[in-house]
Write a new protein. Sequence first.
Length: 100
Amino acid sequence: FWISMVKKIQKSGVTESHTRWDDFCDQHAPSMGSSQRAIHDPQKLPTELLLAFIACALERDDRTGTKELAAVIDSFQFNFSAGDAPGSTAAGTPRTDSLP
């Protein structure tokens, strides 16, 4: 979910999101192996880092008063595939047993 959200923010073009993602990764993400270059691929980064980026970007969006990023996030829809959604079976039907 969070990977898809970051990609949606990057593609939206609001608040220079792609440049801000690169800057955020350069400052906070771990480096790739022996290279000094930071990891920029959301799929290879911990969830906490993705959430931190989203929170920082939303705070910046709120301070500027544009609310463009908030609108992008509000309109975001994630399509959970059958079996990935909480409370679903592999066939996509609701579970009848209790979850742990």
